[in-house]
Design a protein around this ligand. Sequence first.
Ligand code: ASP
Ligand code: MG
Length: 449
Amino acid sequence: MKILKFGGTSMGDANTWQRVLNIIDRYQAPFIVVSATARTTRELLSAANKAIESLSEAQTKAKSIQQRHQKIISKFTDDYPKKGDQCQNICGQWIDEQIRELKQALINIQEAKELTPKTKDAILSIGEQLSSYLFVQCGSLFGIPMQWVDAADIIRTDSDFGQANPDTDYLKQKAPELQELVHSNRIPVMGGFYGHDANNTTTTLGFEGSDYTASLIGATLNAEVIEIWTDVSGIYTCDPRVIDDAKPISHLSFQEATELAYFGAKVLHPSTTKPASQKQIPISVKNIFAPNEPGTCISHEIQETEGVKAMTFKKDCVVITVTSSNTVMGYEFLANVFDILRWHHLPVDAVTTTEASVSIAIENGNRIDDAIEQLQSYGSVELDSSQGIISLVGCATKKAQLLVNDILLYLKDTPVNMISFSQPKGNLNIVVPKEYVIPSIKEIHQQLF
Ligand code: ASP
Ligand code: MG
C-alpha cells in the first residue's frame, strides 16, 4: 500500500482538489495525508501575530480563511449537485466551528497581550483540521468514499510546541487501528503537521510538517512507497523559483535529501526521511500537474555522480565567533559552546575552529540572543547577522577537491566568510554576506548544471 501526501499547493482550490481526487482514484487502498490549503498556515500565523496589536486586522484574516474554504465547497456542491446541500451543511458547520475557535483564540491573545507557543500551535493546526475534514466530504461527493482521521488521535508528541517530536512507540500501538482503516471500504484522510501531547494539547511538528506526518504513517504501515505530491516535478538542482533552468533530479539518497531539506530547500521537512529510511521505504516526490512524470525518487541507494547533485541556500544567517579567554583545553571550550547551543535548540549549519576560537553559522531566529548572553561567560563573542549560506550536496566524487577548487574560483569576487567541506558526506557549505547569496548560487548553478 502507498501513502499519498498532498501539500498546500495541491490543496490550493477546488480545481486542484479535483486533480488530487483523480489521482487518488487510481490507487488501491491508499492512506492520504493532506496539508492546509495554500497560504492558510501563513495566514493563521500572521493573524495570531497581529492579534496583540489589532484584533480587527487579525479577524479580517480569519474571515479570508473562512471565505477561501467556503469557496472550495461551493464549487464542489455546484459541480456535484446530487447530495450537494447535505455536503454544504456539514462543511458549513465545520468551517464555522473552526473559525469560531480561531476567533476566540485571537480574542484571548489580544486580552492576554501575549501569544504563547501553545496557543500558536492550536491556531496553526486549524489549517489542516479544515482541509482534511472538508476534503473528505468533497471526496465523497466526487464519488470516492473517504473517512476523516483526526491526527490528534494518531500523532502523539512531546510538548515542544512549534517543533514537537513524535512518539513512535505510541504510533506503533496505533498500527492495527491504522491497518484497519486502510482496509475498510473508505479511504482514510488525515491532516498532517499537528498532533497532541500527553495532556491532549495540540502541538505542531514545524513548517512543512505534513511531509513528516506522511513518513511517520508510512513507516508505521510498512508502506511500499511514500508519495509526496506537490506542484513541481520533484526535487530540483536548485529552487526553480530562483534559478530558471534548474532541472529535476531523478534520484537522491536519503542522506542527500535530508541535507538539502536541512540547508533550506523547501521541498521536504528535514525529519521526513528519518522514519522512511529506517524502514527502507522510498519517498517519491511527484507533480499533481504532471502526474506521469517520474519526479524524484529518494531511497537508500547511493548513486555517485561526477559533480554536484543539488544546491540550496539560506538567506538569513548569523555567524557567531567565540574566542576563548583560556586557550588550554580547547576541547572543553568547544564542549561548553556546543552545550549552550544544544540547550537553546539551535541547529548549527557550519563550523570552523581553531584552538582558541570557533565560528558557527546558524539560521537567524529568536533563540539566539539568550544563547549569546551565556556564551559570553566562555570568552569574547562577535556576531555578524548579515550572512547567508550556500550548500552543495552530493559532491562525494573522487575528484571532489578539484570540484571545490572550481567552485571557489566561480566565487572569486565574493567575500567568502566560512567554508566547511566534508568529502565522505559530499557536502560543501559556504558562508557569504546575505546580498551575495543569490548572485553566487546563480553563478555556481550556471557553471555546474
Ligand atoms: N501547513 C503546514 C505548513 O505550511 C504544514 C505542511 O503543509 O506541511 O508548513
Ligand atoms: Mg511541502
